[in-house]
Structures are given as C-alpha cells and as structure tokens.
Design a protein around this ligand. Sequence first.
Ligand code: FAD
Length: 425
Amino acid sequence: MSAGPSRRTVLRIAGAASLSLAAPHVARGQSAGRVVVVGGGFGGATCARYLRALAPEIGVTLVEEHDSFVTCPFSNTVIAGLNGMDFITHGFDGLAGAGVTVVRGRVASIDADGGQVVLADGSSVSFDRLVVSPGVDFKWGTIEGYDPETAEIMPHAWKAGPQTGILRRQLEDMEDGGVFLMSIPVNPFRCPPGPYERASLVAHYLKTHKPRSKIVLIDAKDSFSKQPLFMEGWEQLYPGMIEWLPFADTGYVLRVEPETKTVVSEFGRHSGDVVNLIPPQRAADLAVDGGLTDGDEWCRIDQRTFESAVMPGVHVLGDAAIAGAMPKSGFSASSQGKSCALALAAILQDEEPPEPSLINTCYSLVAPDYGISVADVFHLADDGTLKAVEGAGGVSPPNAGPEFRASEADYARGWYRSMMTDLYG
Ligand SMILES: Cc1cc2nc3c(=O)[nH]c(=O)nc-3n(C[C@H](O)[C@H](O)[C@H](O)COP(=O)(O)OP(=O)(O)OC[C@H]3O[C@@H](n4cnc5c(N)ncnc54)[C@H](O)[C@@H]3O)c2cc1C
C-alpha cells in the first residue's frame, strides 16, 4: 500500500501551512493539463506526488536520470559506518503507485516554446507546464587540477552514490594516526551545515576505531551554520581531534596535487591521508545548459509560484533556485515542491496561486545520540522574496543536557523516515 499523501492530507498540510490558502478546485474527470517534472529528488518527487494527490485530473510525468534516488541526507552516517548504502537508496515504485508516470532518462534540452523536453535518447515528453528540480553541479575548473577524474582520488561525496562509497572505503583503509582533510566551499552551496555534520560523524568513527587520527577542515568562510552548537559538541565529544581553519587562515583553495593528496590554498599547503574536497557549486547542468540561469549560476524565479523569471511556463525548485532566505536543503526543496504543486493546480484552473508559506528544519548529528537543529518558517515579503518569519523559528539551545541532545538525534531519524515515506512510499 502506498504511504503517500491522500488528497485530504495534502489539503490539511496546505491548510496548516497557510491559513489564507484556498485549495484550487479541479473538477473530477476533467483533464486539467500535463505537467512534466524533471528530477526525482527532494523537490521533484514531492511536487509530482502532491500534485497528483491534490489534482488527480492533472497528468504528471516524472523524468529521472537514475533507477533510484540516493539521498544526501544521512549519507554522512554511511561514510561514518553507521548505516549501509541501502538505507539511503529509494526506488520510484511508490511514486508510480501514486499515479505518477515515471520515465527513466536524462533530459538533454528544454523546448519551452514547443512545450517539450528532449531526452538524451532523442525521445521527447510534452507538457503544458514544466517543473525542474535538478539539484547542483560542480564548478569544475575553479580549483586547478580538480576534475571528475581527480574526484575518484579526492572524493567530494557531495552527490550521494558511488562517491559516498569511495569516501567510506578510504576512511576504512586509513591508518590510525592519519589525517582526514576536508575542503569546504564558499556560499552558496548545498546543505550549509552538511560539512560540519560530516566532520562530526567522521570524528565519531575515528574516536571509536582510530583514536590517534585527526580531522582538519579548510574553510572558505569565517563562520558557519550552527557553529557554536557544533563547536560545543566537538569540545565535549572529540576534544583536540577537529581543527577548523577559517578563510582568514587559509584563503581560497587554488589547486590540488592528487599524487600527494595535497590541497594548496592562498596561505598554505595542507595534506591528508584522506582528502574530502567539496568543490564550489552552481545550479545543475540542465538549468545552466537549458537557459534557466540566464548566464548566472542559479535560477531566478517568481518566489510565489517558483516560475522561472526567464522562461515562462517552467518552474524551478530546490537547490537550483534562488528562493529568498531559504537554505539549499532537502526539507526546503520538499516544502517548495508542495507549494509549487498548489500553485500549478491553481494556474492550470485559471485561478490565483495561493500565498505560499514554507518551512525548513535542518537536523545535524554531532554523534549518533547527539543531535542539533535549526528551524524556520518562510513567507512572501512585500518585496516578493521569501523571508523568515520573525519569532517563528528557532535553534537548539546551547549547553542542553544529554537527554535533550539524544531526543534531537531521534527527531532527526524520525524526520528522515517520515520524509522518505512521504516521498517514495
Ligand atoms: C552530505 C549532505 C548532507 C545533507 N543533509 C541534509 C539534511 O540532513 N537535511 C536536508 O534537508 N538536506 C540535506 N542535504 C541537502 C539536500 O541533499 C539537498 O538540498 C536536496 O537534495 C536538494 O533537492 P533537489 O530536488 O534540489 O535536488 P536533488 O535532491 O539532488 O534531486 C535532483 C534529481 O534530479 C535528477 N536530475 C538532474 N539532472 C537531470 C536531468 N538532466 N535529467 C533527468 N534527471 C536529472 C538527479 O538525478 C536527481 O535525482 C544534505 C546534502 C549533503 C551533500
């Protein structure tokens, strides 16, 4: 049985998200158009599934390059040996069961005027409205010597899948007393707290299995997400193990020397036994090559409907889009997917898209039984951008006791379970 959202659940969630929301009326048995969604990750899978539940008369086709989706959330637990790859791998049968037509293939180009996407095999899928949620790609070439081939030696593991496995194996092979070196990119990038969660869980693994080892973080920033909470946890759980070098101490990373696993920055050379190099990022190739970034790195959108500012009829969700103050997270992308589904159901019925109200909660594990979080609610401000509602969010308190931290770790696991059930069944 599919555990996805029923029409009633969707309307309840939508109602809870915004009291001013009027659910669009879609008459049963009437064809209300065809929506194609590209990308079966957080934004795309949510949008496809909720649009079907909300307006069954709309034909929804999901086009996804891969057989299954491997989530970045909880991939740090795989790197740390707490879970296997199967834990973060999800198929698309649940979406198909919910009435979404799932097409496997890579979209090579977007023909917005002709209302179709063209796949790499030459076939095409027609749409009345298109949604793309393709995630990020890397700015190869900004760090001399770092390319997809070098990433096999110095993995980024910033797209979950084979890269996650490479980093896990390198960590397992590292001698006790070795150095795990991580290079962290400039903003904006996918999952602002992700590198620091990874450092924490790698520290947990090393403390348990190779306690003489060290972690060095070279950061392209002078401060980071949930910094006081991470640092409090590191001091308590891993004293002396993690060294964080801010931008002021390192400058930009200029080049890598894979033969010696060395990262050369403006102010120094850093070598590691395992080097996790997370490169600078931009919207995914599909968005850039498809003309959705308008020569920029990210996609500008109407933040009420997620419709592209440069390509009418095409909506952009998730990491690829500039969505005001919303961070590039899976939770944000999923919340945007629900909001966009509501907007599309309205637009296809010639109705006014509702006022969006979105949420993001970002849990991070500092250890398996030590969680921290930050949460925000976002609304459309008068200037048309999504802003955090003052007083509606919050961050975990400092100096909380072990029971509090253990509960937050449980909430993090609960969040992942319910999100995966909601999206993939
Ligand atoms: C280590 C790490 C930990 C993280 N932890 C968290 C967390 O705890 N909580 C959280 O909320 N977020 C977390 N994130 C962030 C989260 O993974 C992303 O923000 C989220 O995946 C973005 O969703 P998206 O829909 O934009 O892209 P994705 O989820 O990446 O989905 C993009 C999909 O599009 C497909 N695609 C791309 N191009 C094409 C094409 N041309 N044709 C067909 N298909 C295509 C891809 O195959 C992919 O399936 C983490 C990220 C990392 C790296």
